[in-house]
Design a protein around this ligand. Structure first.
Ligand SMILES: [Zn+2]
Length: 494
């Protein structure tokens, strides 16, 4: 019983839909668009099957003259061969130059707003002409224009660029279609659109009778079909991560360029690392980030500082473990005695969060060589040190006032020790070094000399109000366990 009734309703629907199909074709709607409006939940992209099963249009002689000469009144000729040929030509022109090495792509389409208006006009018409089929229908067509275009046209593109369509591909081809009559079509509804309202929101303000008054079906037959306004091809960024050591006290982390354009330092950590990666991966641009930063005159020793480089629109993406070791070695050769990197690897975009979280939450170790213009006993100095943890209140240092907002920030020193050094102190002064473990973002130089009292307490005050200068500062450990360590033994494997 149940089976029978279901079959019956299906048959009934199918018959009615063929009536819809004929009606739309008569009005200058192309085969694909007419098929898209057959409001069956069974509908899959099987136009050819549908036509054959229903005995329609096996050859083009039965196509009404109007639709043969003029473009479809809904899609504006989007499925015409000449449009696809133009798309293929433009894609080819770009890919032959860019030469991406990934073997998949995804298609994004930007269509003229006219298409949406014309679909809506058709839907409103069908609701009044075939109420039994469309009255209860929440929307039509069931098959979207973009989805259909991808289905019918992607094989030509795939063949041309020798890549497969894959919705998860990192390589995106965006095709923007334009239509000369778009403004004219849009004029009627533009009176309804307020401010930045988009078309979908504007359509919601109109009921069917309002809409059909503005856009009666069939809408004007287009003089010209859609055109390919642009083809943009871009690959998702690739992220490299690693750790760097900086051995120079005359090397800035990022390019140091004064406001008048004059360059202060010839090189930077960022450039030594990023330029090589950019070249090898044939990327358009790069963005360097790191877990905190050090001053020009500060070295970063120990296990180094975590960094990441985003490579924008890289042409190359297939790199092996061995390739990455080669890049790492080249960067280290170029870095000479200035920097070295290790644990270089490709990481996921989502991992960038680990880098930024590490910057804010993890501790850092420092070794700072100081001098006081007074002969002091190291053991006496040691006894004066406060117990840790010690909370500082740091007002934004004078030297960074130009780039940071003025605020008083509490910072914690978790460990603080003092010791003598092996070199003799200049006459009348004492050289010693302190080792600190501090909260990320603590200004060490300011803690030592006090920054005119802007950091409280400070070492100068703690040791009896004696002026202290910083001779040298090193970062000895950045306690961020990221990125994962590389197993270098892998390199010896074939
Ligand atoms: Zn069409």
């Amino acid at each position: 019983m149940e089976d029978n009734s279901e079959q019956k309703s299906n048959t009934c629907k199918e018959n009615d839909f063929t009536g819809v199909y004929e009606d739309l074709r008569k009005h200058g709607v192309c085969k694909i668009c007419a098929y898209r409006f057959l409001c069956s939940s069974e509908l899959k992209l099987r136009l050819d099957e549908f036509l054959e099963n229903n005995g329609y249009e096996k050859d083009s002689t039965s196509v009404p003259k109007m639709s043969k000469e003029n473009s479809c009144i809904i899609c504006l000729g989007l499925f015409e061969n000449k449009v696809l040929e133009d798309v293929v030509k433009q894609i080819l022109k770009q890919t032959s130059r860019t030469n991406y090495d990934c073997d998949t792509y995804m298609l994004a389409l930007v269509l003229p707003a006219s298409c949406k208006l014309r679909e809506q006009s058709t839907f409103v018409y069908l609701k009044s002409k075939f109420p039994a089929l469309y009255k209860e229908c929440p929307y039509a067509p069931r098959l979207g224009l973009k989805e259909s275009w991808r289905f019918y046209c992607c094989s030509a593109i795939s063949k041309t660029i020798e890549k497969n369509l894959d919705v998860n591909s990192p390589l995106m081809i965006q095709i923007t279609f334009s239509y000369a009559g778009d403004c004219k079509d849009f004029r009627n509804i533009s009176k309804i659109v307020k401010g930045k309202m988009n078309l979908a929101a504007a359509l919601k303000l109109l009921d069917d009778s309002d809409f059909s008054r503005l856009y009666p079906f069939p809408m004007e037959v287009p003089d010209d079909c859609v055109h390919v306004a642009s083809v943009d091809i871009k690959r998702d960024s690739i992220f490299f991560a690693g750790r760097y050591n900086k051995f120079s006290r005359e090397l800035s982390q990022t390019p140091w360029i004064l406001s008048d354009g004059e360059r202060k330092m010839e090189l930077s950590v960022e450039e030594i690392i990023s330029e090589k990666l950019k070249t090898i991966m044939k990327a358009e641009d790069s963005r360097f980030s790191s877990s905190g930063r050090e001053d020009v005159d500060v070295r970063t020793l120990g296990t180094g500082r975590p960094f990441a480089v985003e490579l924008i629109n890289p042409r190359i993406s297939n790199v092996s473990f061995h390739d990455i070791r080669n890049v790492e070695n080249k960067i280290n050769e170029d870095g000479k005695n200035l920097i070295s990197i290790r644990h270089l690897q490709i990481v996921d975009r989502s991992e960038m969060i680990s880098l930024k979280q590490g910057e804010e939450h993890k501790t850092k170790d420092y070794c700072c060589v100081c001098i006081v213009k007074k002969v002091c006993d190291i053991d006496d100095l040691k006894k004066m040190l406060p117990s840790t943890p010690l909370t500082l209140l740091q007002k934004t240092p004078i030297r960074v006032l130009h780039r940071r907002t003025v605020a008083t920030r509490p910072k914690i020193i978790h460990e603080l020790t003092l010791e003598g050094v092996n070199v003799p102190s200049p006459q009348g002064s004492t050289v010693f070094k302190i080792n600190l473990k501090t909260e990320a973002g603590t200004y060490i130089k300011e803690f030592v000399h006090g920054d005119f009292g802007r950091t409280q307490p400070n070492l100068s005050a703690i040791l009896g109000d004696i002026p202290i200068d910083v001779l040298a500062l090193d970062v000895t450990n950045v306690e961020v366990d990221w990125p994962p360590k590389i197993n270098y033994l892998q390199e010896s494997l074939p």
